[in-house]
Ligand binder design. Structure first.
Ligand code: MIC
Ligand code: SF4
Length: 645
């Protein structure tokens, strides 16, 4: 591993400098950047638009705002449809483009129709960096940050360290972009990469198409990086042209002598098919090592691997075969455009003939909305997350693989290295023109009345930070607690706009008593504490993982470390993100301990707190993880109390 030293600029810093509004653009400094584009999806969108409405603006102020409906499309009960109606009407009223249910997964559709090189994009979904595949600086954030970006408020980030991922060679047949990002995950893991951007460089870049690049930048989210970026080059131009959007093309790349904080070399020609094993996307093994393991379910789709080319390759492998009797194969095209393309060229027919179950163009299985696997079963998925219980079946083992591995395994019924397939993929090329049909977007008329069903509440209020917080350690959890542990999605997703109801499910898979215990303390006037290990809050951008604990009276999270988006969400909703100065102290506290923070206002200013463990008669030093801006929010009891437009 070598570090390139030079005076030139990285692509990341080029885009940041053209959008810098405040601060010094130096690694580690807090900066504010202008946000050109925003995206929301329905599961985070309802709250984001309720928050936007509470800002009192007539319409959005950023260049382009798109509201997608892709997460909650199963519609068991009235709640989801009511949410869609709220989203449709609020979009119309506030100047937002509305992408109807059925139009596809936000990241796939945004890449196809809106994302552009050199633009900044903020999305209330952690996989927003998918658009980094087209050289957009695209980051995930909580709904409130996106609401503020729509109001024209600059977005605060820490100027990142930039790691160059230098690609050489060319992928061999049946080895795919998914295997590249799984290699990156093997090297960098799922924790310890905050305030980092991955920038892809080297001659291997030109061998990858935009959708392949997007698979790679999509799953950078699993490493916890702010975003990932590919340059904008001839392939970017070709992709934009095929989407009828070549007007938006600009060439963009790092300077040849750009300086990187670290370099990781990947020879694409040497890669082999890989898989992320249960229950973490960072738990990588080669498919070879897993070969022969019986598989019960296979699902191809999600914002990682549901492009036209992905489905074409999978179908080619399946052509002339039947899905093994013991396997259920589901395919969810990423967008209506992909669905139209595979319908027109016969790929859909091949998939149907092979025995695939065709699923809606939506998140669906990936968020545990449906297709829960059976008890103790093995499920192979082309998605990006295999967190414990996310699929809806806690005892199932989920493996994340490429579409090629998924298709090859569907035929045999066991984990299969796709290189054993005799299919010829060599003629599969990027289309010169996609089928462009924007009729499922609704453009604002500003005439609709905003519709609010009974499930749609208001963002809950919080009180300003009190100078003494006295309470208990309501729960103690270990390392790598994901937002899926904190705030389950799947069957519970329909309560996203109803905080009171959704709060009944906080930590459901970890300790279902948490909500009743926390609210009992809250009702006695106490403040609750969450004690956590390393990398707390990894995974999604869902701000409900902060809002619902806030509603249950949680005042502080004391952790070994906290992931970036979740830390920002905690600050946005007035929960103190506190880091143990010594990891040993994490060990000493027990669930149920009586705890106290004194003089919080002066501690906040200094950035250091002393936690009194009254039960153990101990004093524990903690560091506040917050910028000066975030300190103001924490003092006010959250950003909505503090923000003045
Ligand atoms: C996810 O993949 O976990 C989600 C569902 O897309 C989340 C957003 C959410 O919880 O609504 C994400 O990645 O941010
Ligand atoms: Fe949807 Fe899954 Fe992508 Fe999240 S990771 S946006 S749930 S497809």
């Amino acid at each position: 591993m070598s570090i390139i030293r030079g005076m030139g600029k990285t692509l990341c810093y080029k885009i940041l400098s053209s959008h810098l509004v405040e601060g010094r653009l130096e690694k580690g400094e807090s900066i504010k950047i202008r946000i050109d584009q925003t995206l929301t999806q329905d599961a985070t969108g309802t709250m984001a638009y309720l928050e936007f409405e509470s800002l009192g603006l007539d319409k959005v102020r950023n260049e382009l705002a798109v509201s997608y409906v892709d997460h909650n499309t199963v519609q068991v009960g009235f709640e989801n449809f009511d949410d869609h109606e709220y989203l449709r009407t609020v979009a119309d009223r506030k100047g937002i483009i509305y992408s109807r249910a059925g139009n596809g997964i936000c990241h796939q559709v945004h890449l196809e129709r809106f994302a552009l090189p050199g633009k900044t994009l903020l999305g209330s979904d952690s996989h927003t960096p998918t658009a980094g595949g087209i050289a957009s600086f695209a980051a995930g954030a909580g709904g409130l940050d996106v609401a503020l970006a729509m109001a024209g408020v600059p977005f605060e980030i820490v100027a990142p360290r930039v790691v160059g991922i230098r690609l050489s060679g060319k992928l061999r047949p049946f080895v795919s972009a998914k295997d590249v990002i799984l290699k990156v995950l093997e090297r960098f893991g799922v924790k310890g990469n905050v305030n980092t951007v991955f920038e892809y460089i080297g001659e291997g870049v030109s061998t990858l198409s935009v959708p392949e690049r997007a698979t790679i930048t999509n799953m950078g989210a699993e490493c916890g990086v702010t975003t990932s970026l590919f340059p904008s080059d001839d392939n970017t131009y070709e992709f934009l042209k095929a989407q009828g959007r070549e007007d938006g093309y600009i060439p963009l790349s790092a300077d040849a002598d750009a300086e990187y904080d670290d370099i990781f070399d990947i020879d694409l020609s040497s890669l082999e098919p890989l898989a992320a094993c249960p229950h973490s996307p960072g738990n990588i093994k080669s498919v070879k090592e897993l070969e022969g393991m019986k598989v019960n379910q296979i699902l191809i789709g999600s914002c990682t691997n549901s492009s036209y080319m992905d489905l074409k390759k999978a179908a080619r492998i399946l052509k002339g075969h039947k899905v093994a009797d013991s396997v259920s194969l589901g395919v969810a095209p990423g967008s209506r455009e992909v669905l139209l393309m595979i319908t027109e060229d016969g790929t859909l027919e091949t998939l149907i003939k092979a025995g695939a179950r065709i699923l809606e163009s939506a998140c669906g299985f990936c968020i545990g909305n449906h297709q829960s696997p059976g008890t103790d079963s093995v499920s192979l998925r082309t998605s990006n997350r295999n967190f414990y219980a996310r699929s809806g079946t806690a005892s199932a083992s989920l493996y994340l693989v490429s579409p090629e591995t998924a298709a090859a395994s569907a035929i045999t019924g066991v984990f299969t290295d796709p290189r054993t397939s005799v299919a010829d993929l060599s003629d599969i090329k990027m289309p010169e023109r996609f089928i462009i049909d924007d009729s499922m977007f609704i453009y604002p008329s500003f005439l609709e009345e905003i519709k609010r069903g009974p499930n749609i509440g208001n963002p809950p209020e919080n009180k300003p930070l009190s100078d003494t917080i006295h309470g208990h350690a309501v729960i103690k959890v270990g390392d790598k607690i994901t937002t899926d542990h904190i705030m389950p999605a799947g069957a519970r997703l329909k309560y996203r706009s109803n905080i009171k109801k959704y709060s009944e499910f906080v930590f459901e898979s970890v300790n279902p008593d948490f909500p009743s215990r926390a609210s009992a303390y809250r009702d006695k006037g106490e403040g609750g504490f969450i004690i956590a290990g390393a990398s707390y809050g990894q995974g999604s951008s869902r701000e409900h993982a902060a809002i619902c604990p806030m509603y249950l009276g949680i005042k502080a999270v004391c952790a070994v470390s906290i992931e970036r988006i979740h830390q920002a969400n905690l600050c946005n909703f007035g929960i103190l993100p506190l880091i143990f100065q010594s990891e040993k102290d994490y060990e000493s506290i027990d669930e149920g301990d009586e705890l106290e923070l004194l003089d919080t206002h002066s501690s906040l200013k200094e950035g250091h707190f002393i936690l009194h463990d009254i039960t153990k008669n101990m004093e524990i030093p903690l560091t506040l993880m917050a910028t000066e801006e975030q300190k103001k929010m924490l003092l006010a009891g959250g950003r909505l109390n503090e923000v003045k437009l």
